[in-house]
Design a protein around this ligand. Structure first.
Ligand SMILES: Cc1ncc(COP(=O)(O)O)c(C=O)c1O
Length: 404
């Protein structure tokens, strides 16, 4: 043990659990086993190759030295922030209080440091993307959850209300991370009715103290229902424009542009013009990463000026959304065929299959060469990494592995 390492930093797992499972799947394959690897978190084509959007790569190759090498402004290129926000909300006139961040992760971390005190708790959904807990822990904070509706169910308003009120009572402020629409890991979005209920609860609790709703937009371009995604964004815009609840968004270029490694993204509060909020965000940037990579910002600006590339990119997004939809349909068909409930994927890279003993079930599946990620009440299946024709194998293995 490195004595220099302070005691509170000595007991972490060697590897991220999902990356570790992926490594196990690779090892199984290397040992000659036939593997169905549904742990992957990036979009793969049916040959198992990483999907890299061609439109984006063409734009990337066209970037000149001065679009790559210089520092971007500390808070990001103002034009980039505007374009990124308008990709989500075309009718807003500007980004509001905003700054560039390294991916959505940077935006999430920065929100913790500006809207909560150390020792406080952020509210999100159960299940949630695992690194939320890591981000909170790294900032001396905790995560509380309220349930994401199950397939065909509606939001449990009473539990959400109690969670919001108890945090407001305990800490005098509330920060909610909401990964909607296209939720990771369930693959479903809130219905319009559920969104209206949640907005009502947030408005009510905002009478008691400051409430921030941070929308974590990671997968919006990969959906079966682009119209429903646009409608959801409009609902959130209405809530933001009212001004009672501070509404903002984490926007990531990782999935939307398949630029996972470029670390592009932003946090923005399009309905705030508060110079103090802007100054706090800029201060966090300077004190955390100084400046974010310039190239992804320059790429988005090129895209905004190039209608042909926009149309080509939209077609690529549609194509890959259809591929994901076909994988989801095939999984639901196989589930129903085995007497299990369908999952009704709407968007994103994942779905969750509810199971009674996720850890043990995941272990039994691994012995069959089927790799999934165990969550507290379910298994996460990466539609992004499997083929549609693998669904029957996955479901048959699952049927046998599930506790009886
Ligand atoms: C729900 C969710 N939020 C945020 C992110 C952040 O990704 P990045 O930091 O690469 O933008 C991810 C990535 O997997 C995610 O699934």
């Amino acid at each position: 043990m490195t004595e220099q390492l302070i005691p509170s930093r000595r007991a972490f797992p060697a590897d991220d659990p999902i990356f570790a499972l992926n490594a196990e799947a690779q090892a199984f394959k290397a040992g000659g086993g036939s593997v169905l690897n549904a742990t992957v978190g990036a979009l793969l084509d049916d040959a198992g190759q990483l999907v890299v959007l061609e439109t984006v790569m063409d734009l990337w190759r066209s970037l000149g030295a001065l679009e790559v090498a210089p520092y971007a402004p500390i808070a990001g290129e103002p034009a980039f922030l505007k374009v990124l926000v308008q990709r989500h909300w075309p009718s807003v006139s500007g980004p509001g209080a905003a700054c560039a961040t390294p991916g959505g992760s940077g935006a999430l971390g920065l929100s913790l440091r500006n809207f909560l005190e150390r020792g406080q708790t952020v509210l999100t959904t159960a299940p949630f993307w695992g690194p939320y807990a890591t981000l909170a822990a790294e900032n001396g904070m905790a995560v509380a959850t309220a349930p994401w509706p199950g397939a065909g169910e509606s939001l449990d308003a009473a539990v959400w209300d109690a969670a919001l009120r108890s945090l407001m009572t305990a800490q005098g402020r509330v920060l909610v991370w909401l990964n909607d629409p296209c939720h990771n890991p369930t693959g479903r979005s809130l219905s319009a009715a559920d969104r209206a209920i949640l907005a009502g609860l947030l408005r009510e609790v905002a009478q008691l103290g400051p409430v921030t709703l941070l929308l974590d937009f990671a997968y919006l371009d990969y959906t079966r229902e682009p119209g429903a995604v646009a409608a959801a964004l409009e609902d959130y815009a209405t809530l933001g424009a009212e001004g009672q609840v501070l509404v903002g968004a984490c926007m990531s270029l990782s999935k939307s542009m398949t630029l996972y490694g470029a670390r592009g993204g932003a946090i923005a509060f399009p309905w705030s013009r508060d110079p103090a909020l802007q100054a706090a965000l800029t201060q966090s940037c300077r004190g955390t990463w100084s400046n974010c990579p310039k190239a992804p910002q320059a790429l988005l600006l090129r895209l905004a000026q190039d209608g042909k590339s926009q149309a080509r990119l939209a077609a690529e997004h549609r194509h890959w959304s259809e591929v994901l939809a076909a994988r989801a349909v095939s999984l639901d068909t196989a589930l129903v065929g085995e007497g299990l409930a369908p999952l009704h994927w709407q968007g994103g890279f994942f779905v969750t299959v509810p199971v009674a003993e996720p850890g043990a079930t995941c272990g039994r599946l691994k012995r069959e060469g089927v790799f999934t990620v165990p969550l507290p009440d379910s298994l996460r299946v990466g539609l992004c990494g499997m083929r549609a024709d693998e669904a029957p194998r996955l479901v048959q293995a699952l049927r046998l592995a599930m506790p009886h």
